[in-house]
Design a protein around this ligand. Structure first.
Ligand code: SF4
Length: 162
């Protein structure tokens, strides 16, 4: 369960609040998430960027999102698909691994994989597609011990070991 964000958003409800946060106080709040110093720097930088360049609002365009400190293409796609209902196919470690196992791509670079998968999935379903692969990778196609005999995709998966 995410125990950090309720405290974080209660203490710093707006980008202005977060942009002017005391780094040590912020580090203490997010300490349990790991890499807390770098994350605190990114959070303050992210909030300052929203304030300075986007009138305090989160932009929707990929080209804008990836200019914000701490935001890479994967995070930008999560923001677009989950928070904004815009097309976005986040490629995390599960999506990367499963799309290769399923024979959907031979690429290994996450951006190239995303660009190769995008035309295969209707724009409005890309976020859900990514989430399904992530859940499948956690529950069935587990790294190094895939449960191929229980997998609903085994009938067409070129990597099935049954
Ligand atoms: S058949 Fe096996 S390798 Fe292929 S997706 Fe399912 S669990 Fe993974």
């Amino acid at each position: 369960m995410n125990l950090v964000t309720p405290v974080l958003f209660d203490r710093f409800p707006t980008p202005t609040d977060l942009a002017t946060a005391d780094p040590e106080e912020l580090e203490e709040i997010i300490h349990s998430t790991g890499f807390f110093r770098a994350k605190a720097r990114s959070l303050i930088g992210m909030a300052a960027a929203l304030e300075d360049r986007f009138d305090g609002a989160v932009p929707g365009a990929m080209a804008d999102l990836v200019t914000i400190p701490g935001v890479g293409r994967k995070t930008a796609n999560v923001v677009r698909s989950v928070a904004m209902d815009l097309p976005g196919l986040p490629v995390d470690t599960h999506v990367l691994r499963l799309s290769k196992l399923l024979g959907l791509t031979s690429e290994t670079d996450p951006v190239k994989v995303e660009l190769e998968l995008n035309p295969m999935v209707p724009a409005g379903e890309r976020g859900d597609f990514s989430l399904r692969l992530i859940l499948h990778g956690r529950r069935v196609c587990i790294a190094r011990r895939p449960r191929c005999s229980e997998c609903v995709l085994a009938w067409f998966c070129p990597s099935a070991s049954i």
